[in-house]
Design a protein. Structure first.
Length: 425
C-alpha cells in the first residue's frame, strides 16, 4: 500500500505526520480462499518512529461483505487457533460467552461491515455478534478488550459481552488485533438520544440524565468489585498518582493557552494563574482522600448505546486516544468519568440552544437540573469530593478548548465559557 493510499484510510491515525515508508512486516493466511492478515509497518520522517497497522485482505483487496474474511477471524477466536505468519503469529481466544452467542455455524453468518467507523473497523456477523478490528497494533494490553472482558466476567450486563479476542504476537510482545462481542440492538447512541429528548421534552431529558448517572455508578462498582485483581485495583490514591493528576491538568491548561489566539488567548492567560492555583490546591490535598480504580477513561454520551427499552449500554473502553496505552490502563479516580459526562451534558444543552429549534430553551436552567439529576442517579458526591470533581471537569474543559481550537473554531466559545464558569470568572 502506497503512503497516499494509507493516508486516505479513515482508520489511519497519523495523517499529519510525513510518511517515510510503508512496508509489509508480516502476513498470516486466513482460513478463507485468498484471505490474509497483513501487518504494515509505517515509518515516519519527523522522528524516525514507526507504527504497525493491521490490514485484512482477500485476493489483495480489503474484504467485501460475503468474502468470508470476517467470519474467518471470528472462527480463529472460536477455535482458539494460531495463525502463523512469517515473523509473528495471531492467537485466538474464546470466552465462556461464545457458545451462548453463536446461533449457528460461523461459516453461515452474514457479514455486514458498518459504515460508521473511525480508528477501528466494525462488522456485524449475523444478528448476535459484532467484530471489532483494531487497525493500530499497539503493544500491550488493550483496555477495550481488557475492561470489556473483566466486566463480562464480573456480571455487568450493561456492556456487550465478550465472546473472544485475537492478538498479534511478535518478538515477545502482544497487541490486540480484534474483539468479538455480543451485538446490542440500539436506536442510536446516547448523544442522539439526549438531543432527541431535549428537542421533544426537556423534562424527559432529565430522566435520561438520571438513568445515565445510575448506569455510571453501577459500572464503577463493577470495575472496583475485585480489589485484589492486579490489573483492577480499588484503593486510596497514592501521592504519586495525585501529583500526576495535577501535572496532567496543568499540561491541558498549557496546551489550551497555546492553541488559542486573540481575545480567547487573552481571556485564558488572565484566568491561568487562578486555574493553576485551583489544580495545585485540589490535587495537592487529594492524597488519602481520593479513591482509584479502573475507569472508562473517555466517557461521554457518544460512548453509550441507547437500547429500545430506554436503557443504555457502555462501549469503547480504549480511553482517550491521545494518551499512551500504558497511561490509559492506569487506575484513576472514577470522578474523571463523572466529569466527562457532565461536560457531555453541557455540550448537549448548548448544541440544542444554538440550533434552529431552540424555542426558548434555557440551557443554563436545564443544566442546573440535569447536573443534579446525573449526580443523584450516581448516588451523590460526598462533600469532600466535590472539589476534586470540579477540578477534573475544569481539566476536561481545558482539553476541549484545545480540541475546538484545532478542529472546530466555531465552537471554541462553548468550552471557553465553561472554563470561566468553573473557575468563577
Amino acid at each position: 500500500m502506497r503512503p497516499e493510499e494509507l493516508v486516505e484510510r479513515r482508520w489511519f491515525r497519523s495523517k499529519q505526520r510525513p510518511i517515510a515508508s510503508v512496508t509489509e512486516a508480516d502476513r498470516a493466511p486466513l482460513r478463507t480462499p485468498g484471505g490474509a492478515l497483513v501487518v504494515l509497518e509505517v515509518a515516519y520522517r519527523d522522528d524516525g518512529g514507526a507504527d504497525r497497522y493491521l490490514v485484512p485482505l482477500v485476493d489483495e483487496h480489503e474484504p467485501a461483505d460475503g468474502d468470508g474474511a470476517w467470519r474467518a477471524i471470528a472462527r480463529a477466536m472460536a477455535d482458539t487457533a494460531e495463525l502463523p505468519g512469517r515473523g509473528g503469529r495471531f492467537l485466538g481466544l474464546r470466552t465462556e460467552a461464545m457458545e451462548g452467542l453463536l446461533d449457528g455455524p460461523i461459516e453461515r453468518l452474514i457479514e455486514r461491515r458498518l459504515s460508521v467507523e473511525q480508528s477501528n473497523t466494525s462488522v456485524l456477523l449475523g444478528d448476535r455478534l459484532i467484530l471489532k478490528l483494531y487497525r493500530l497494533l499497539e503493544p500491550g494490553d488493550n483496555p477495550d478488550v481488557e475492561i470489556s472482558a473483566f466486566l463480562t466476567d464480573a456480571g455487568f450486563a450493561d456492556t456487550p459481552a465478550v465472546a473472544g479476542s485475537l492478538a498479534y504476537e511478535v518478538d515477545g510482545t502482544r497487541a490486540a488485533a480484534a474483539m468479538l462481542q455480543a451485538f446490542v440492538p440500539s436506536t442510536g447512541d446516547g448523544w442522539a438520544a439526549m438531543l432527541a429528548a431535549l428537542a421533544g421534552d426537556p423534562q424527559r431529558a432529565l430522566v435520561v440524565a438520571t438513568t445515565v448517572g445510575d448506569l455510571t455508578a453501577r459500572m464503577h462498582r463493577a470495575l472496583a468489585s475485585r480489589p485484589d485483581h492486579p490489573a483492577f485495583p480499588s484503593r486510596a490514591a497514592t501521592p504519586e498518582e495525585t501529583a500526576a493528576w495535577r501535572a496532567s491538568a496543568e499540561r491541558q491548561l498549557a496546551q489550551a493557552v497555546t492553541a488559542v489566539r486573540g481575545d480567547a488567548h487573552d481571556r485564558l492567560m488572565e484566568l491561568a494563574p487562578r486555574i493553576t492555583a485551583r489544580f495545585a490546591d485540589t490535587f495537592g490535598a487529594a492524597g488519602g482522600e481520593a479513591a482509584v480504580s479502573r475507569i472508562h477513561g473517555d466517557y461521554h454520551l457518544g460512548q453509550l448505546l441507547a437500547r429500545p427499552d430506554g436503557g443504555f449500554a457502555v462501549i469503547d473502553f480504549e480511553g482517550e486516544p491521545a494518551r499512551p496505552l500504558a497511561e490509559r490502563r492506569e487506575p484513576s479516580s472514577p470522578l474523571r468519568d463523572v466529569a466527562g459526562m457532565l461536560r457531555s451534558l453541557d455540550y448537549a444543552a448548548r448544541t440544542v440552544a444554538a440550533g434552529p429549534h431552540a424555542d426558548g430553551f434555557d440551557a443554563d436552567a436545564w443544566l442546573f437540573e440535569a447536573r443534579a439529576a446525573l449526580l443523584d442517579g450516581y448516588g451523590g458526591i460526598a462533600a469532600d469530593q466535590q472539589g476534586l470533581l470540579d477540578a477534573f471537569e475544569l481539566e476536561k474543559a481545558c482539553y476541549e478548548v484545545r480540541y475546538e481550537a484545532n478542529n472546530r473554531p466555531g465552537w471554541l466559545w462553548l468550552p471557553l465559557a465553561a472554563v470561566e464558569r468553573l473557575i468563577g470568572g
